[in-house]
Design a protein around this ligand. Structure first.
Ligand code: ADP
Ligand code: ZN
Ligand code: ZN
Length: 840
């Protein structure tokens, strides 16, 4: 009845047919069976990508992954044909297919959703992929009427997407099949990767011919050049940069050609002669994406403490697959990682190094690149699709044995992992919130490593309670490092009582006199300061003094944040923006004031108190552009900036020599956040940000925490760097109330534009779950802190399931069934339910 049938009528119906069960990138919990055209049958492999038509009237084109090959046709429908095969070899290996299945089950989502998130979009031909007329086509083949029409259109245009073409072709035309046929006749070209191809920049390098790597030969050469002093000078210059006798490996890496012939013409012509005479040889390498101006570091030398930690980790790995590396801030964990990575690579296995999102753009990568150069792949969300595709393919081809990357790097096609490092393992940004799969990269990495029998090193100065508990139970090894690198000490942390300063009227706006004095002293000493306030914008509220009107988001139940720089009110939940009212919209009063403070306001005030200083701000608003984050870091590093104000972004992994003061605002807001993890989180965040101070030997750093209640026990623990004390107290509470690590949490969020319906659905779901699981395991339904987002009313249900003696699969299946009941209930139309397994 449509094109698909006519196109393939040439196949003999009696012949053996092949079918493929495919993973499609859509949220439907099953595999889809398609038929494989005969010519493709011998070529198609499990894990390869294919293109298929999808939807009513084949209106969509999707890229799918082959999960299974068989020859039993589906019982209740006519399978459609696969239109194109994209890979001769599997793009996704068997570990990954297993991972997709495991994640779908564990995180209660669809395997297609996992695949969709796992593959960089550059590897997915979508409805956006483009089709172009092939200029070499000269009609040697007969075209059908439809093909004729389509081709005429295509000739008029540079390139069209599948979507555009299917609109042109009109309803009832199988556009995918049509294009497939045109591709077969070589009439059109389909772009696999839609955006511009990534073309690496090349650097011209020069190195001594391997003949002269041997000391004897080199001496002979230099002697021979005695009579040609200019050439000799060029060789000597080279040797000063690259001492071959000590390390022929360095010679292989060569030297940037511009370094040798930069200033004088004489050396240029001498160099040319030397190349002609095969004393030097030139070659090209890909320019690394992170510019590195410093000299190659070659070997790193571990300190005694680091060396011991590395040895202990190796020894633990003989007994256990997972080791927690608890090392204080500034202890040089990265150096230890580098050492272990080198060992793993030397042993011939692959290495994955996971880092939280923000840390990756900067300092650590440069340090790693100094050691591993272009052998290291970098997988980052700010990279383009094509760059990510390149890394993916590089892992398949073996070009990259070592990848450093963010959360999604766990999806790369490794098949021989020896070591996985999860740096800052406590970081919440390892958990994906939206869309599904809502996975935790650390936990996924643990699973992948388990299958490939790789070792996992979890590193942190402030481990998550979950991880530390496993270590205490003996399930993970534990190695500790309590010395800062180079005899530096942990900073001195002081609590500033803001209540008292307010009584004494010594506060200036948000600043205590203690903090202002310290900042002033730091300026005089030409040392840098970091100021932390975990709130962006100018102020979080705008209110009328006369009638109490407050600016609220029309779509969400939150106040709008005032952003002074852009003169706007903004919702931090849905992105809604509006102009700042000059008069109160309700009573017309002019007394509209702002309440509370964010990073913008602090930046302004600092500029007022210290007019001759340079202040930079780092938060979501100043780091949207691709390299903005790196630019701020480099500027601060250069020393031309005195103070850096920022949100939690500045707490993570930054390493500056000259920072000796950290000021912390609003610590109480973090501590009293209504969540059972608030104490743990504030300890982690405040310890991490404090750790930015005094990282070099010499002067001890200072941290000032402004609080209304200096006696809180959490603050005392932070001052004393008492992680263990915090752990003991917290773990007891977790046990008493059956929270992780003693239970697993599954959070269900019911959403609907109508509050009553949302509540009704949530209550029913909750009652059904309580019936089956018992009231101690099911909490809610409860409205979250922000009860309406994007015009959806939210109700949360929290399910706690103990870790032992419960069939978690059965429980999940039950939960899923109850959810499906609700989603298919006609009385509850438009209800949606978000499932978050191991919610944070
Ligand atoms: P951590 O991640 O534990 O907070 P880093 O790995 O960032 O600490 O190290 C802190 C600083 O000390 C970095 O600037 C690093 O280059 C330096 N450092 C640490 N160990 C060494 C070493 N063995 N040799 C040279 N520099 C080191
Ligand atoms: Zn008013
Ligand atoms: Zn909003």
């Amino acid at each position: 009845e449509n094109q698909a049938n006519t196109l393939f009528t040439s196949f003999d119906a009696d012949e053996v047919t092949f079918f493929a069960d495919l993973i499609l990138p859509i949220p439907v919990p099953k595999l889809f069976t398609y038929r494989i055209p005969r010519g493709m049958a011998d070529l198609v492999k499990i894990g390869a990508r294919v293109i298929v038509p999808f939807g009513k009237k084949n209106s969509r084109v999707l890229t799918a992954i082959v999960a299974r090959l068989h020859n039993s046709p589906p019982a209740n429908y006519q399978a459609r044909y696969v239109t194109e095969l994209l890979d001769e070899y599997p793009l996704v290996n068997s570990y990954q297919l297993e991972l997709f299945r495991w994640m779908a089950e564990y995180y209660m989502c669809c395997v297609g959703e996992v695949m969709n998130v796992a593959l960089p979009s550059g590897l997915k031909i979508s409805s956006q992929s483009k089709v172009q007329f092939n200029p070499d086509f000269d009609y040697p083949e007969l075209l059908t009427e439809h093909e004729e029409i389509l081709l005429t259109e295509l000739k008029k245009q540079p390139a069209l997407t599948y979507d555009e073409l299917s609109r042109l072709a009109g309803e009832g035309v199988n556009i995918a099949a049509l294009i497939k046929s045109l591709v077969g006749k070589k009439a059109v070209i389909v772009f696999e990767e839609i955006r511009e191809k990534y073309v690496p920049k090349m650097i011209r390098k020069i190195r001594l011919h391997p003949n002269y790597e041997e000391r004897e030969q080199l001496l002979v050469l230099l002697q021979r050049l005695e009579k040609l002093p200019k050439q000799q000078e060029v060789v000597m210059r080279y040797l000063r940069h690259v001492p071959v006798q000590h390390n022929p490996a360095l010679n292989q890496k060569g030297l940037d050609k511009t370094i040798l012939n930069q200033d004088d013409e004489l050396s240029q012509s001498s160099l040319q002669t030397l190349v002609k005479n095969a004393v030097f040889e030139t070659f090209e390498v890909i320019q690394p994406r992170f510019a590195d101006t410093s000299a190659p570091q070659g070997e790193i030398r571990l300190t005694e403490h680091q060396q011991r930690a590395a040895e202990q980790i190796m020894a633990r790995f003989d007994q256990q697959n997972i080791v927690l590396f608890h090392g204080i801030t500034g202890s040089g964990k990265t150096e230890v990682y580098i050492h272990l990575i080198q060992q793993a690579l030397a042993g011939g296995s692959q290495v994955l190094y996971l880092l939280p999102e923000i840390a990756l753009t900067t300092q650590i990568v440069v340090r790693l690149q100094r050691v591993f150069g272009d052998k290291m792949g970098i997988y980052h969300s700010k990279f383009s699709d094509n760059e990510r595709v390149e890394v993916w393919k590089g892992v398949v081809s073996g070009q990259y044995q070592f990848v450093v990357g963010v959360r999604s790097a766990v999806f790369l096609p490794f098949d021989n992992l020896g070591l996985v490092i999860v740096d800052e393992e406590h970081e919440t940004s390892y958990k994906q919130h939206d869309p599904a799969p809502r996975y935790h990269a650390r936990d996924v990495a643990l699973m992948m490593a388990h299958w490939q029998q790789a070792k996992v090193l979890l590193g942190s100065a402030t481990p998550s309670l979950e991880t530390y508990y496993q270590a205490k139970q003996g399930r993970y090894g534990l190695v500790e490092l309590h010395h800062r690198f180079g005899d530096a000490t942990l900073p001195n942390i002081l609590l500033i009582d803001t209540k008292q300063e307010k009584r004494q009227k010594t506060m200036k706006n948000e600043f205590s006199s203690a903090l202002l004095d310290a900042l002033e002293m730091n300026l005089e000493r030409k040392e840098q300061s970091i100021l932390f306030q975990n709130r962006r914008g100018y102020s979080p509220y705008m209110q009328c003094e006369d009638c109490d009107w407050t600016a609220e988001c029309p779509n969400c139940a939150v106040s709008l944040t005032y952003h002074q720089r852009d003169a706007e009110l903004r919702c931090h939940y849905c992105g809604h923006k509006e102009a700042v009212p000059r008069l109160c919209p309700t009573c017309g009063s002019t007394k509209v004031k702002t309440i509370g403070f964010g990073t913008e306001k602090l930046e302004d005030q600092l500029q007022v108190y210290f007019p001759s200083s340079r202040v930079l701000r780092m938060d979501l608003d100043t780091t949207r552009a691709k390299d903005a984050y790196g630019q701020i870091i480099r500027e601060f590093e250069s020393g031309s900036v005195d103070m850096l104000v920022g949100t939690q972004m500045i707490t993570k992994g930054l390493d500056f020599d000259n920072v000796s003061l950290v000021g912390i605002f609003d610590a109480d807001r973090l501590i009293h956040f209504p969540d059972f993890r608030a104490t743990e989180r504030s300890f982690q965040m405040l310890t991490q940000v404090s750790g930015r101070a005094g990282r070099r030997a010499g002067r001890q750093g200072t941290v000032l925490i402004q609080t209304a209640n200096p006696h809180q026990s959490i603050l005392q623990k932070i001052i004393q760097n008492d992680y263990k004390g915090l752990y003991e107290e917290e773990i007891q509470e977790r046990q008493d109330f059956n929270y992780p690590p003693f239970s697993r949490l599954i959070k269900l969020t019911v959403r609907h534009p109508d509050k009553a319906i949302s509540q009704q659905a949530a209550e029913r779901l909750c009652a059904e779950l309580t019936d089956a699981l018992g009231s101690t395991r099911v909490l809610g339904p409860e409205q979250p802190l922000v009860e309406r987002i994007r015009n959806q009313f939210l109700f949360d249900i929290l399910i706690k399931i103990e870790r032992e003696k419960v069939n978690i699969k059965a429980v999940k299946a039950y939960i899923q069934d109850r959810i499906n009941d609700i989603l298919t209930d006609k009385g509850l139309r438009q209800v949606s339910i978000v499932i978050d397994v191991d919610c944070l």
